[in-house]
Design a protein. Structure first.
Length: 225
């Protein structure tokens, strides 16, 4: 690891270091992937590291290539003390809305940890569950090592799920766009309608006058995540 990269990693560890200095040992970073797509689950990850993770190149998953994310996924799993991955499926997203489904996926990821965390570092502005002490960090996937690592676990897991769905529904191109509202995806919806993994509560503006394609709900978000 170069001196410059070491300094960058140390900056990312500022939140964890503050807690470790207070003898808070099990610090879990939490993030999700898949809030914005028109199809597929939202996936969250929780990951706990020791005080010397020893992994370079960690960053917000959206800033990394797919190849680097895959490499880091394996390193994170190998070098973490513990990790958990959870998801909320399309029917849950449509029933309780994408924000609540994201929180549900996060809670499931935490529940899959073998060790109960002492403290959570959560990406975003809010987190509703106060059973474990936590801190929310806006843009945490760019600012916090553990959250960035969780973003990589969540993104790689979700991308793999969407590639599996591509085999089931090849006409939609999920392998390429992972369910996001690309022109290719919107063209496929216009031609074939919704399939089983589309979120009926997400209505792209392009289709606001074609209600036969959508069963219920309000226009969905199309931001990446």
């Amino acid at each position: 690891m170069t001196p410059e990269e070491l300094q960058r990693i140390q900056r990312l560890l500022q939140y964890e270091n503050e807690l470790w200095k207070q003898n808070v040992r099990l610090v879990a970073g939490i993030d999700e992937a898949g809030r914005g797509p028109l199809a597929g689950p939202v996936v969250a990850a929780a990951v706990i590291f020791s005080q010397d993770p020893g992994i370079s190149l960690i960053d917000d998953s959206k800033k990394l290539t797919a190849e680097i994310r895959e490499e880091l996924y394996e390193k994170i799993i190998q070098k973490s003390i513990d990790y958990g991955i959870g998801s909320a499926e399309v029917d849950e997203i449509d029933r309780i809305n994408i924000l609540q489904a994201s929180y549900l996926a996060m809670q499931r990821a935490i529940d899959r940890l073998k060790q109960r965390p002492d403290f959570l570092l959560v990406d975003g502005r809010a987190y509703p569950d106060g059973r474990i002490p936590f801190k929310t960090i806006v843009d945490g996937d760019s600012l916090c090592f553990s959250i960035a690592s969780a973003s990589i676990l969540a993104k790689v897991t979700r991308d793999r799920i969407m590639c599996d769905y591509h085999d089931m529904f090849p006409e939609y191109g999920f392998e390429h766009h992972k369910g996001y509202a690309t022109p290719e995806h919107l063209d496929a919806i216009e031609k074939h309608g919704y399939c089983d993994i589309h979120r009926r509560s997400f209505h792209p503006k392009r289709f606001t006058n074609q209600l036969s394609l959508f069963n219920h709900g309000e226009e969905g978000q199309q931001n990446s995540g």
